[in-house]
Ligand binder design. Structure first.
Ligand SMILES: NC(=O)c1ccc[n+]([C@@H]2O[C@H](COP(=O)([O-])OP(=O)(O)OC[C@H]3O[C@@H](n4cnc5c(N)ncnc54)[C@H](O)[C@@H]3O)[C@@H](O)[C@H]2O)c1
Ligand SMILES: [Fe+2]
Length: 399
């Protein structure tokens, strides 16, 4: 019997409140969500905690020890803290790191179990939450992940040398407040890395295989969160690409360019809606082992030695899109047109290091390929089939 093709797609999005000064509505939003005792999750590098606290009317417990690029251990520590705090809602203030930490703490408070039970299989137990979580107000402070709009939390498991995630629609925050004022304090390097992540989210989702090319699942619950490109996700991804091309260089160059930094924050949320529906594929699949295997790179503007997520993603993007070009030349050309030029130009202007400069050599390719192949959830929405040899070629070209 020939398999039945998928004919249905869904688009869900976090409600977003956007604009300079919007953060002062945090208390109003939390009250509307019915929260009486909140856990505010943030990391020590975020300078806006007092401003948010001043707007909150309910009881608040602060957890300001969220890790930059969270690990299984740091997420478990945050979840344990949240369980003890006895809260009925969450506020996250920070980049993807703090927002993802709040997502996981909320998951464990709402449906207690060890974090590993929920981590994507085969690395973790792949368990789905039994029901909705507590309210979560997400306040992003980077121009980056779009985590406020997605169903994913990303984590590093250093002992196993892998990055993986927890993904379920219940993880999506209840409300986001995106305030360009908060981006003024971002180091230029963080704007560059997080903005390049946005460009990749948008490009990869725009280039994902069409949702109609998938096999129709047996039941609605089997429908994957990453469905493939569809007309509504395309709208969000295209706008994010246009903003990336128009505003990212300006946003990196000038901290006081609130228009450009605000546009990149909005682009992050828009790309989050797009990739939350369509999905990301080859560059993100390669990014997990690139960020997980070696921690030698000392990124300017960030604390500690690690490869910032956006850098780990963008480094293979030109080779990956070169590899997929023939599957949909018009769509690839459209991405370049929306960006206002080749993605390589943007990378050159922002000084992106090569894979070799991140500490890798040809000897590492087999291990990187193995790590990327483990991300089948992502590779499944690539616009064409990708073998181990193809991945090796993409990684070699990115050296
Ligand atoms: N959940 C998702 O959908 C998703 C998608 C992609 C990536 N991620 C994950 O998100 C994390 C990366 O998040 P990110 O790129 O947003 O950055 P981040 O949260 O890791 O923050 C980067 C650095 O910037 C600092 N910072 C943040 N906001 C600041 C501000 N306004 N002023 C001054 N300093 C500030 C932080 O303290 C930190 O040192 C990674 O763990 C990545 O894997 C999640
Ligand atoms: Fe990303």
């Amino acid at each position: 019997m020939t398999p039945v093709r998928e004919s249905v797609f869904t688009l869900e999005a976090t409600p977003i409140k956007f604009g300079p000064g919007a953060v002062d509505d945090a208390g109003w939003e939390l009250q509307r969500l019915g929260v009486s005792r909140a856990l505010l999750v943030t990391d020590p590098g975020i300078p806006h905690v007092d401003r948010v606290l001043a707007s909150l009317h309910c009881e608040v417990v602060v957890f300001d020890a969220s890790s930059v690029e969270p690990t299984l251990e740091s997420l478990q520590a945050a979840a344990d803290f949240a369980l003890d705090a006895g809260v009925d809602g969450f506020v996250s203030l920070g980049g993807g790191s703090a927002i993802d930490t709040a997502k996981v703490a909320n998951l464990i408070v709402s449906h207690p179990a060890p974090v590993m039970d929920y981590v994507n299989a085969p690395i973790g137990g792949g368990r789905a939450p039994d029901g909705p979580l507590r309210p979560h107000l997400a306040i992003p402070t980077t121009c980056g992940t779009g985590s406020e709009a997605t169903t994913v939390a990303v984590l590093d498991i250093p002992e196993r040398r892998v990055k993986t995630g927890i993904s379920h629609r219940y993880l999506r925050p209840s409300q986001a407040i995106v305030d360009p004022d908060l981006a003024r304090t971002l180091p230029a390097e963080v704007v560059a890395a997080t903005g390049l992540d946005v460009v990749c989210h948008a490009a990869e989702s725009f280039l994902a295989r069409p949702y109609t090319s998938r096999e129709r699942p047996a039941t609605p619950s089997d429908r994957p969160p990453y469905q493939g490109s569809n007309p509504v996700a395309d709208v969000w991804s295209a706008k994010a690409l246009e903003y990336g091309g128009k505003y990212l260089r300006r946003a990196v160059a000038d901290a006081d360019d609130v228009e450009a930094r605000g546009a990149m924050m909005l682009a992050a949320s828009m790309a989050g809606v797009g990739f939350g529906s369509a999905g990301v594929h080859i560059p993100h699949a390669c990014a997990y082992p690139i960020a997980g295997l070696k921690h030698e790179y000392d990124p300017p503007g960030y604390p500690g030695r690690f490869i910032p997520h956006g850098i780990s993603v963008i480094v293979t993007a030109p080779a990956a899109f070169g590899f997929t070009y023939d599957s949909s030349p018009e769509r690839h050309d459209h991405v370049t047109a929306l960006l206002g030029g080749p993605i390589e130009d943007l990378m050159r202007d922002l000084g992106v290091p090569s894979l070799r400069e991140l500490g890798y050599s040809e000897d590492d390719i087999p291990e990187l390929v193995e790590g990327a192949l483990a991300q089948q959830r992502l590779l499944a929405v690539a616009p064409c089939e990708v073998t181990a040899d193809d991945l090796a070629g993409i990684l070699r070209a990115s050296m």
